[in-house]
Design a protein around this ligand. Structure first.
Ligand code: SF4
Ligand code: FE2
Length: 627
């Protein structure tokens, strides 16, 4: 067993960029050079263009904008707007899924695959389930979920899943999330010219907005995706560009919303379509993925993961991609012009994500089947347009076991139960591993790649360091894909663990890095933390668990960071969220908020320090518990 190194992945990228140079393609690597050095005011968060008296930027000579706002107010407002953008994206994704569930039919393309989960949610929300047709119930529950976005009074329904202590803290800090749309509107209103410029109030609303994402929109995305497409269970797959097959029609799905990609996978598997592909000279059809759409179909169908965020251009550069089909979020507009350098069809599908130089196939739940079929056919028809001289698919790939939903983790760890632990179906076996010290703790590794950091470097190196120290990793998003590409989701990676974690991996038959899903599935991590807290009687902030987004880049990541911290988990970032221009904002985020939510941010760009700080924090929490 051998990990794929960062250097190997870089060599592959360089080889692909040579093809790109041949056809005159642009790349993020080139664009980064053009954009460096970045605007210093932007980096520090001290540029304001919220009104047209500006833009204003803060310098020692000009410490206030024209309206009189100081650096703290400007940085704070920018931070809140950043959060609102992220919350809107995640939550709207959740809304789309709820909408899809609302249109599910027994004979339609969307069915209820996990009725048990649906009934569980209905009961939680006091919706009568007795004697109801499962589809009637689905529509009723989906309707209520859609109402959560604009509810007139009260708080997000899912917050009742949080431990009582957490809810008390939220109440005291006045950050319990109300309607999702309202939190976003409040954020935009508060940051309008002439409203809030007090950092403390802006951070509070950042947390409340984030919480409406984590315990609202994102959780809706996760839970209703499970209801529609099935709750993930452990499944074998593969990762890295080598999953693409030169002889086959290659369709790459990219984005976040599984509604479309689920159907693409279904039609790509259809014997009629495969026969059609063969009639066009291909041996078959390979669907692989990039970003979270990929995580979704990998977790449920074992569809291989071609790469993560900063590899989206690479899949086109292979010259063997017949179609890159995207839904929403994290899609480079660069894919338009890039695909024009090859035969690749760049297919956009959502009114939310429309781009020049793409074929727009408007995807709609009512016509989803036809849309997906048309896209698969378009890819097949495009196979003969390939230029064989440009085809290069690196043969690098790794095996990965994915699909560790909360339910799957609980079930899998029942396997390590010894005589002292007799409560199956709870997180108690995991707690037992932690309290006995066999596992020291857990790190939730999440988030994107960012050209400011060598792609995957921090993700992979930190994970290696953690597992060597008997700290189990739960991963999602592009972080999970970084792990899978490296080989850390191969069960054989247990050999890289400390003795304790290695033993657990052997007993439970799991890899040391557990793939919990997409970015909205960080809500699964919230639920895991909540369950651990309830099963142990400890507060979430007392658990030896921390969060880490070492290479994050999007507004969504800041929304996530806010809800993870606000849920009581210390969160470590490798990239600064444009707040360094205000010492008051820095002090609040890295320390002050601890008074409200018992957790805070740490920003550290140095790999070794970042890793050491996380281990230190976990050990501190253990020491405080006397374990
Ligand atoms: Fe300048 Fe104030 Fe307008 Fe911002 S809101 S651009 S700081 S005048
Ligand atoms: Fe994502």
């Amino acid at each position: 067993f051998k990990l794929t190194t960062i250097e190997e992945n870089e060599a592959i990228t360089n080889r692909l960029l040579e093809t790109g140079a041949k056809v005159g393609a642009d790349s993020w690597q080139l664009r980064v050079k053009n954009q460096t050095p970045h605007c210093k005011f932007g980096e520090q968060g001290v540029c304001c263009r919220i009104c047209s008296m500006g833009p204003c930027r803060i310098t020692p000579k000009a410490p206030r904008g024209i309206c009189g706002c100081d650096a703290h107010g400007i940085v704070g407002r920018n931070f809140l707007r950043f959060t609102a953008g992220g919350c809107a994206a995640h939550s709207d994704h959740g809304r789309e899924i709820a909408h899809t569930l609302y249109q599910a039919k027994p004979e339609g393309p969307y069915k209820v695959k996990d009725p048990e989960k649906l009934i569980r949610i209905a009961k939680e929300w006091n919706i009568e389930t007795e004697g109801k047709d499962i589809y009637d119930l689905a529509h009723e529950v989906a309707y209520v979920a859609l109402g959560e976005y604009g509810k007139i009074e009260g708080y997000q329904n899912f917050t009742s899943r949080a431990p009582e202590h957490t809810r008390e803290l939220w109440k005291k800090a006045e950050i319990t999330p109300r309607a999702v749309d309202r939190e976003i509107a409040t954020a935009m209103h508060m940051t309008h010219m002439g409203n809030t410029s007090k950092p403390e109030a802006l951070v509070r609303q950042s947390f409340r907005t984030g919480l409406s994402d984590g315990w609202g929109g994102s959780m809706t995305g996760t839970e209703f995706s499970d209801v529609l497409f099935g709750t993930p269970t452990p499944i074998e797959t593969e990762a890295n560009l080598g999953v693409m097959v030169a002889e086959n029609v290659n369709i790459v799905v990219h984005g976040h919303d599984p509604s479309l990609s689920e159907l693409i996978c279904e039609y790509a598997d259809d014997p009629e379509m495969i026969a059609y592909a063969k009639s066009k000279g291909a041996k078959g059809i390979t669907v692989s993925g990039v970003c979270c759409t990929s995580n979704e179909v990998a977790m449920r169908r074992g569809i291989p993961m071609a790469g993560n965020f900063l590899q989206q251009e690479n899949v086109v550069l292979t010259g063997a991609c017949e179609a890159i089909v995207v839904d929403v979020q994290c899609i480079f507009p660069a894919l338009g012009p890039l695909s024009k350098c090859f035969h690749t069809k760049f297919v956009t599908t959502s009114p939310i994500c429309q781009m020049p130089d793409s074929d727009f196939v408007r995807f709609d739940a009512a016509t989803a089947g036809e849309n997906a079929k048309a896209i698969v056919k378009m890819a097949i028809d495009n196979f003969e347009n390939r230029n064989p001289d440009l085809v290069y698919i690196p043969d690098t790939k790794q095996k990965a076991t994915v699909g560790y939903s909360l339910e799957a983790i609980v079930k899998t760890l029942d396997g390590v139960t010894n005589s002292q632990v007799d409560e199956t179906g709870t997180t108690k076996p995991l707690l037992q591993c932690i309290t006995s010290g066999v596992i020291r703790g857990a790190v939730a590794m999440v988030g994107c790649n960012n050209p400011k950091i060598r792609p995957d470097y921090l993700h992979v190196e930190l994970m290696k360091k953690m597992i060597a120290n008997d700290i189990v990793i739960i991963a999602s998003g592009c972080s999970a894909q970084a792990a899978a590409k490296a080989g850390l989701m191969d069960k054989a990676a247990k050999d890289l663990c400390g003795a304790g974690l290695k033993r657990v991996c052997e007993l439970a038959d799991i890899p040391p890095v557990l793939h919990m899903g997409s970015c909205v599935d960080i809500s699964r991590m919230l639920m895991l933390a909540a369950e651990l807290s309830k099963d142990s009687g400890l507060n979430i902030s007392q658990l030896p668990v921390v969060g880490c987004a070492p290479e994050w880049m999007s507004e969504k990541a800041v929304s996530i960071g806010n809800y993870v911290v606000a849920t009581g988990l210390d969160t470590f970032l490798g990239v600064d969220p444009y707040v360094s221009g205000s010492d008051q904002m820095c002090e609040l985020l890295t320390n002050g908020v601890r008074d409200w939510v018992e957790a805070a941010y740490t920003v550290e760009k140095d790999l070794d320090k970042l890793g050491d700080l996380m281990i230190e924090r976990i050990e501190e929490k253990r020491a405080a518990l006397g374990i």
